[in-house]
Write a protein that binds this ligand. Structure first.
Ligand SMILES: [Zn+2]
Length: 120
């Protein structure tokens, strides 16, 4: 039968546009979804000065950690104490009030992190 394939495809419904196979047999998506890095984690800690808020308050953000929330909180507390200022942790990023890039780089490197200044 010449049209057996066509019938089969129609019955199956959706065909993958990439491999032309029925979606139940398609492996394209599986391959793709395996590695989807949306956060760049390359072992480098980025220390960046940012100006936030209407009053233009300067903060220093520290991002790129591969440590858990408790460790991050603990580290943030130590860094705040070192800089003698306040700060917080948000979405895995440590935010230190004021421009303390040099102090933070020194402290992070002393703790075994590979920290570098990012941006301006
Ligand atoms: Zn496919």
């Amino acid at each position: 039968m010449d049209n057996s394939r066509l019938v089969y495809s129609t019955e199956t419904g959706k065909i993958c546009p990439t491999c032309q196979k029925p979606l139940s047999k398609c492996t394209c998506k599986k391959k793709k979804s395996k590695s989807q890095p949306n956060i760049k984690i390359d072992g480098i800690i980025r220390v960046q000065r940012e100006v936030k808020g209407r009053k233009g308050k300067t903060v220093t953000t520290v991002s790129g950690f591969e440590i858990n929330a408790d460790e991050l909180k603990n580290l943030a507390a130590q860094l705040k104490r070192r800089c003698g200022t306040g700060g917080s942790v948000k979405d895995g990023v440590i935010i230190i009030q004021g421009d303390h890039r040099d102090t933070l780089i020194t402290e992070l490197n002393a703790r075994g992190f590979k920290a570098k200044i990012s941006g301006g």
